[in-house]
Design a protein around this ligand. Sequence first.
Ligand SMILES: *Cc1c(COP(=O)(O)O)cnc(C)c1O
Ligand code: SF4
Length: 331
Amino acid sequence: MIHALNVATDEGDWQAILRSSVRSVKELQHLLELQDEQVDWVDDSEFPLHIPRTFIQRMEKRNPHDPLLLQVAPSKEELNSPKRYTTDPLRESEFTLNGGLVKKYPNRVLVIATQACPVHCRYCFRRHFDYSTNQLTDFQSTLDTLSNDPSIIEVILSGGDPLTLSNEKLDTLIQQLQRLKHVRMLRVHTRFPVMIPQRITHALVKILSTTRLKVVIVVHINHPNEVDDSVQQAIERLRNAQIDVFNQSVLLKGVNDSVQILSKLMHRVFEIGVVPYYLHLFDPVAGAHHFDLPEMSAIALWKELQSQLPGYLVPRLVREVPHQPAKTIQT
Ligand SMILES: *Cc1c(COP(=O)(O)O)cnc(C)c1O
Ligand code: SF4
């Protein structure tokens, strides 16, 4: 049912993989051969379990602490967040323009292209985001807003994950964006190359490489075990089309909060052609406090990491602070 490596060809493949994602804790437990006493998961109807099988295949069986599993399994801890963990930690609602635009920084704007994702990451800072009112629905009004603001040179497609859109929709979107003369760069924030690498079809690469816009892809990899041959191939396809690929990670307790793991991660992504970009301090979102790390420990860890890596592999340690003009560098 799951396609082996090398078979990323047409749109039906990745859509079928996406549709067959695991959505029940029972099935997840069964696939990973975990005993009842090894798991303490909950069924959360608001932010349901959603994991593609292509990702589960990279997890270690019979290990309830697998770093890939921890990112996506809904722990009972989710129900016990202290009050300072909120539903909108980045106060995005204050920065939302109409039609799914979030404008926080000069020159660039983020477009909430869709609410769908190839996976539900339990620590996602948008897990409570009100997509019903803040999503790209009326594209014409979004375009109008963009065309009336010549200061915008970069449009960032985010979500959700913009690559859940069909190639046809993406193509239309990009065609319309490239007609705005002041827009020069198009950035795509996506976890697809990691979660469902089969998404990076030749047709998609063609769409991304034939626009006049300079395309940049930012992937999201938190642990070296996420990278296998299929991920490497997806990245190669992008790189062969002269598309630059950067990585952002989130610092997560129990997943990647060690110098050794982070160092391995930065080397690993670079080996496959991806440049480390951001290491995000955890955003205090309700339901995910168990991933949080004291800021002092995070900074100490990053400093140690810096001493272990060549400068070009050191990610920028950042936190998003509402009303700051950029993601703030913390050292
Ligand atoms: C992170 C973010 C960006 C992009 O910021 P860079 O520092 O350029 O990566 C743009 N808009 C919003 C709302 C963001 O959260
Ligand atoms: S893929 Fe990104 S937007 Fe989607 S749940 Fe994960 S972190 Fe959130």
